[in-house]
Write a protein that binds this ligand. Structure first.
Ligand SMILES: Nc1ncnc2c1ncn2[C@@H]1O[C@H](COP(=O)(O)OP(=O)(O)OP(=O)(O)O)[C@@H](O)[C@H]1O
Length: 234
């Protein structure tokens, strides 16, 4: 599902012509099979978010290659990336990244609008998804009128609405209390088991890493393959 090969990345900072090169990732090789949950751990500043941003296409690698779901994504144009993302990737962020001027319903519906899906089907799928994440009674609430756990569930519903095979998560439970965290982790495990959705999650949190089948660690920009924690169940 994810195949990262010989990926290196350096930020260029400062004025053009006088840039400083800041190497962040060095010769990363990472292979994630369909149906795996993989946790990426590492100290602050080790390069975890940079790796996720490269895999998400938000920044482009100069060295190395990335294949996602059988497509060579490194080198895709901006518009092809946008199309690929919409069809293949779901995102869960610590800060939820909901659109504050849209209700829970509208936030979840939004990817279907972008996909050009008709109103009747949008309504069915959005209502069904809101039910699945237990937010049926909160459809008309704006993000500011929901708890952290509820907002995270809206963001998960939005991430799932187009049935992506791969979900990329950056500190998915970072803004949740322990009860909501437990609930979210149970939900992620269930999505993984029932639908075979693959998860790549950055985390500092022990509980989150404990649901992963495998843990990899980034140390100063180098990726260390961790041991297998659980078997993938299919
Ligand atoms: N836009 C940028 N320009 C220049 N340097 C950057 C930029 N973004 C990140 N860096 C540098 O790259 C390194 C890795 O940052 P990154 O955000 O990937 O780390 P991280 O492991 O995700 O950290 P954290 O756990 O604190 O989120 C850091 O030294 C950081 O200063």
């Amino acid at each position: 599902m994810i195949s990262v090969e010989n990926l290196s990345y350096a930020f260029k900072i400062g004025k053009k012509g006088k840039e400083n090169i800041v190497p962040v990732l060095h010769d990363i090789n990472l292979h994630v099979a369909q149906g795996e949950i993989v946790a990426v751990v590492g100290r602050s500043g080790s390069g975890k978010s940079t790796l996720l941003n490269l895999i998400s296409g938000f920044i482009q690698p100069e060295v190395g290659s990335i294949q996602l779901n059988g497509t060579q994504v490194s080198g895709l144009s901006e518009s092809k990336w946008a199309e690929f993302r919409l069809n293949n990737l779901g995102f869960i962020f610590q800060s939820f990244q909901l659109i504050p001027s849209m209700t829970a319903y509208e936030n979840v519906e939004f990817p279907l609008v972008l996909q050009g899906i008709g109103e009747k089907e949008r309504k069915e799928r959005t209502s069904e998804m809101l039910k699945r994440v237990g937010l049926d009674p909160y459809q008309a609430h704006y993000p500011g009128e929901l708890s952290g756990g509820q907002q995270q569930r809206v963001s998960i519903a939005r991430a799932l609405i187009l049935n992506p095979p791969l979900i990329l998560a950056d500190e998915p439970t970072g803004s949740l209390d322990s009860e909501n965290e437990k609930e979210l982790l149970t939900f992620i495990k269930e999505l993984n088991r029932k639908f075979g959705i693959t998860f790549l999650m950055i985390t500092h949190d022990h509980e989150v890493a404990s649901i992963a089948h495998r843990k990899v660690e980034i140390i100063d920009g180098y990726l260390q393959e961790g041991r297998k924690l659980h078997e993938v169940q299919r």
